[in-house]
Write a protein that binds this ligand. Structure first.
Ligand SMILES: CC(C)(COP(=O)(O)OP(=O)(O)OC[C@H]1O[C@@H](n2cnc3c(N)ncnc32)[C@H](O)[C@@H]1OP(=O)(O)O)[C@@H](O)C(=O)NCCC(=O)NCCS
Length: 195
């Protein structure tokens, strides 16, 4: 993909990790968060503190089919992204407004890949790193569609997602403590094969 090749030409490499490997990466994950969410951390909202983020990562790194990618420049981690496929009984869509029909929310572990986090450290923002991370992660996925949540006032992220083909399908407030209201976005990835 162009975005990946462009990043590689700048000396950026990508490394994929599964759940057990991700658990060993906590110091790296925290360092990249601190250097990517500088403005948000300074804003001081309880859901954006380092502790709150690492608490969420603790839960994410317990998900068996977690798929995580870190971008490195030389040996320095400069960005990260992760997510997982949704399974039957997921609460991902709970509270979505407008309320979707049953067919839309039906999950079986192969239909929808949910991106949980994407971030790039400040010095590397606006250089195509997030785009390349996004394409690297999703190019290996076989799900029919992707979903992610983004805060309505996160203009850089909204712009990026729209540029990459995502569209907003509604709004939702997740069940985790202090969760803000999010726009819910969707992208079509791979057409479903006939049964
Ligand atoms: C959102 C984020 C991941 C984008 O990372 P990035 O590496 O700078 O993104 P890219 O360089 O791949 O940019 C892709 C496109 O996004 C849009 N974009 C990115 N930053 C933008 C900004 N500050 N203002 C407007 N548009 C922006 C542009 O359309 C850009 O393409 P262009 O540079 O060719 O115009 C980064 O700003 C970040 O880490 N933010 C903090 C964490 C965060 O909010 N994550 C998303 C949570 S939902």
């Amino acid at each position: 993909m162009n975005s990946i090749h462009a990043a590689q030409r700048r000396g950026i490499t990508f490394q994929r990790y599964d759940m057990s490997q991700a658990r060993q990466l906590k110091p790296t994950i925290e360092m990249v968060y601190r250097a990517s969410y500088t403005e948000a951390i300074a804003r001081g909202r309880s859901c954006e503190t380092v502790e709150s983020f690492m608490g969420r990562f603790e839960r994410h790194s317990a998900i068996a089919d977690l798929d995580l990618v870190i971008a490195y420049h030389v040996d320095e981690p400069i960005g990260q992204i992760w997510g997982w496929p949704l399974h039957e009984g997921t609460r991902e869509w709970d509270g979505l407004i407008p309320e979707p029909d049953e067919q839309f929310t039906r999950e079986d572990g192969t239909r929808t890949f949910a991106i949980a986090e994407i971030m790039v450290i400040d010095q590397w923002k606006r250089k195509g790193v997030a785009h390349a991370l996004h394409d690297f992660l999703l190019s290996a996925r076989r799900e029919e569609r992707g979903t992610l949540f983004v805060e309505p006032d996160n203009i850089p992220a909204h712009r990026a997602y729209e540029r990459w083909g995502w569209f907003t399908i509604g709004q939702l407030q997740p069940t985790w403590e202090d969760a803000p209201l999010f726009d819910v976005m969707l992208i079509y990835l791979n057409p479903r094969e006939c049964d």
